[in-house]
Write a protein that binds this ligand. Structure first.
Ligand SMILES: [Zn+2]
Ligand SMILES: [Zn+2]
Length: 447
């Protein structure tokens, strides 16, 4: 593939199946879908035979740790967004727990600029809620919102904003620019020293348990706070059946609460912790099979709005150690679509349109990248649009019939801590387009 081909402005995608429906040709010109129909022609266009492939809107991740600045040995914006493109993503939110912390306009603009330079995805920095993630005073939320990075999602992820007064103030503050507070819901005192889900598995292993109530108590409190000040709360990585019930209740009240679930919490259980392999050590922990069932049902019925990866790369020395000393976290960008295919589509819980809604449309709306934010002149790029004439050509072509064993050594991420290593999963991302420019072709980076 020559550079000229990879950046060509006109692409004719033949016989793709938009959202898994009937095959159609898509013509992409100057970054926009300009025609959809049977047997299109365009002189000089680069032709991509997509027979058998499903076309989905480019995926949007609300939650990834790209580790730059500060931990470039684990990941960089370049390697993390390459991994994202290979996973079918066109936009990624980069969490704020970098070093230095993304708590000022200067740091979020630096991360945003690194994303533009890499060119694989639109990188949307998440701003810290509190200065230095210290939980003591609010960070410069307004300055980050006004910066070139146009921050709309704020989170201390990795840590919980456990102080109710600070959480209330943050929720009130972001209303001025239609922001959202994304909470890592973990009551700190109830999880002091916690290592695995509290239950049968923690008892057997003799490790400190992580009770479901530590997550659920914070979610309940934050839903009430969001309602009290009429602001927008987003709940990160929901992991328990009780959390799903609380969010369902909050939504039934009409409160502005949204939530995400990770691919690993949709597929894996705490039984894996019994192996003592720290690749399964994650925050929040893997839970029980009953929790997995409730999370799948919550995602299927829309209680949980979207899938977010919580991609958390770590170098080998931080993971290949004894359980108690190992870092929390798993990679996920390159496998998310395939895991959701296995957990939700193969089980009949979601069709391809439903998957597109949970992995592109809704996360784009929560991240303020949807058409409404765009029309309001937020300055943010547009994602999560329908595959329709006039939409920006952010799309992924996916082969649902492919199947192979996950090999993290082949991943573009700088880290290898995938809990899906050695597992056979369906599907393959064949191509990803960002505003009409292929970032992935034939399952490989296009540049
Ligand atoms: Zn978290
Ligand atoms: Zn996280």
């Amino acid at each position: 593939m020559s550079d000229e081909t990879a950046t060509s402005a006109v692409w004719l995608i033949r016989r793709a199946r938009p959202l898994g429906g009937e095959p159609a040709d898509l013509l992409v010109r100057d970054g926009v879908i300009t025609e959809i129909g049977p047997a299109l022609t365009a002189t000089g266009a680069h032709v991509l035979d997509a027979a058998g492939l499903i076309a989905l809107p480019g995926l949007v991740d609300l939650h990834a740790h790209l580790r730059e600045p500060g931990r470039e040995d684990a990941e960089t914006v370049q390697t993390g967004t390459a991994a994202a493109a290979l996973g079918g993503y066109t936009a990624v939110h980069a969490m704020a727990n970098t070093d230095p912390v993304a708590d000022t306009a200067g740091v979020v603009e630096q991360i945003w600029a690194l994303g533009r330079r890499a060119g694989y995805c639109d990188v949307r920095p998440v701003g810290a809620v509190t200065a230095g993630l210290g939980g003591g005073q609010l960070a410069e939320l307004g300055a980050m919102a006004d910066s070139a990075a146009r921050v709309r999602v704020f989170s201390d992820d990795g840590k919980c904003v456990s102080d109710a007064v600070l959480m209330r103030r943050a929720l009130e503050y972001v209303k001025a620019f239609d922001g959202v507070i994304a909470q890592h819901a973990q009551e700190p005192r109830l999880t002091d020293g916690a290592q695995v889900n509290e239950g049968e598995a923690s008892g057997r292993l003799g490790l400190t348990g992580w009770p479901a109530v530590a997550e659920e108590a914070i979610i309940a409190r934050d839903c009430l706070l969001a309602a009290h000040v009429d602001s927008a709360l987003h709940v990160c990585h929901v992991s328990t059946a009780g959390s799903v019930e609380i969010i369902r209740w909050a939504k039934s009240k009409g409160w502005r609460v949204t939530a995400e679930v990770t691919p690993h919490h949709l597929l894996l259980t705490d039984e894996l912790a019994a192996s003592y392999d720290p690749v399964y050590k994650v925050n929040p922990p893997l839970r029980t099979a009953a929790d997995v069932t409730a999370l799948r049902e919550g995602l299927a019925d829309g209680t949980i709005d979207c899938v977010a990866t919580d991609h958390a790369p770590h170098p080998l020395e931080d993971k290949e150690t004894e359980w108690q000393a190992a870092a929390f976290g798993m990679t996920g960008l390159e496998t998310a679509l395939r895991v959701v295919h296995a957990a939700m589509v193969e089980t009949g819980l979601l069709d391809w349109a439903g998957l597109a809604d949970r992995m592109s449309v809704r996360p784009a709306a929560i991240g303020r990248l949807d058409a409404r934010a765009y029309l309001e002149g937020s300055g943010a790029p547009l994602h999560g649009s329908a595959l329709a004439v006039g939409s920006p050509a952010n799309l992924v072509l996916y082969d649902p019939a492919a199947r192979d064993v996950v090999d993290p050594a082949a991943h573009a991420s700088r880290s290898r801590n995938s809990p899906f290593a050695g597992l056979e999963l369906p599907g393959r991302v064949q191509a990803t387009f960002l505003r009409g420019v292929p970032t992935v072709l034939d399952g490989k980076l296009a540049r």
